[in-house]
Design a protein around this ligand. Structure first.
Ligand code: NAP
Length: 245
């Protein structure tokens, strides 16, 4: 168990990109932060990143057994989090006409069923504490759509529906549930795009730049804070004006 008075925050997918920035931000905000990766190497890197006031675990959200193992490890080593950031997510883009069953189901398993596998077992402790903050990572494509991303957009729209429904189930226990929907953010997920596709996206964005991982982390930090206690079931858009939802 973490020997600290700090509130514990779990950030899934904290080895890189947006999750890594969220973990760093929550550490600065005063939480004891546990970050997850899919490999031992990744978990060790998170350990090194977070120092004494955090730790890394292996947690694969795309399977029942691996998720149970990761959550078990979290509870045994650090205790139950009062802040949960469901950030882990993947893309497997293809036009629907060409999309394979594996491309469809791997995205659904990781992005949508993963949300169920991680959130459900961690709710009881938040209910007992009569406090909790759950922040789920959606995407601008949940509302805007994007060719080649029917699987991904469907999971992100699902995450927003899950967020609204769960917010109504647990609000009376002091638990808020919100989503953050980033636009076009500079991470591994978007680095594969051709330069002209990236430029076209930037040209469509009102503030004329890609978002940074810190832009997204700031929104998560706010929704996790005590100041956001009267906001629940919402989706906060962090897209620089790419799309007005
Ligand atoms: P990223 O750089 O590709 O990082 C993905 C993270 O998720 C990594 O830490 C990865 O762990 C973890 N992960 C992958 N598969 C997993 C699984 N099956 N179980 C558990 N963890 C898994 O992604 P990102 O761009 O930071 O995106 C983070 C979140 O923001 C995602 O939910 C994404 O959909 C959303 N988002 C991103 C953008 C964008 O423009 N980048 C826009 C809108 C929404 P390993 O390092 O161990 O592989």
């Amino acid at each position: 168990m973490a020997d600290t008075d700090r509130r514990i925050a779990l950030v899934t997918g904290a080895s890189r990109g947006i999750g890594r920035a969220i973990a760093a931000r929550l550490l600065r905000d005063g939480y004891f932060v546990v970050g997850s990766a899919t490999s031992d190497d990744g978990a060790q890197r998170i350990d090194a990143d977070l120092g004494d006031l955090g730790g890394g675990i292996v947690l694969r959200v795309d399977g029942d057994e691996t998720a149970e193992q990761g959550i078990g490890d979290l509870l045994e080593r650090f205790g139950a989090p009062s802040v949960l950031v469901n950030n882990a997510g993947i893309t497997r883009d293809n036009l629907l006409m060409r999309m394979t069953g594996v491309q469809w189901s791997s995205v659904v398993e990781a992005n949508l069923s993963g949300l169920y596998r991680v959130t459900r077992p961690l709710l009881r402790a938040m209910m007992r504490q009569r406090f909790g903050r759950i922040v789920n990572l959606s995407s601008v494509v949940a509302r805007m759509g994007n060719p080649g991303q029917t699987n991904y957009a469907a999971t992100k729209a699902g995450i927003e529906g899950f967020t609204r429904a769960l917010a109504q189930e647990v609000g009376s226990r002091g638990i808020t549930v919100n989503a953050v929907a980033p636009g076009f953010i500079d991470t591994d997920m978007t680095r594969d795009l051709a330069e002209e596709q990236r430029q076209a996206m930037v040209d469509r964005t009102a503030v004329r730049r890609m978002g940074s991982v810190e832009d997204v982390a700031a929104a998560v930090s706010f929704l996790a804070s005590d100041s956001a206690g009267y906001i629940t079931g919402e989706t906060l858009h962090v897209n620089g004006g790419l799309y007005a939802a």
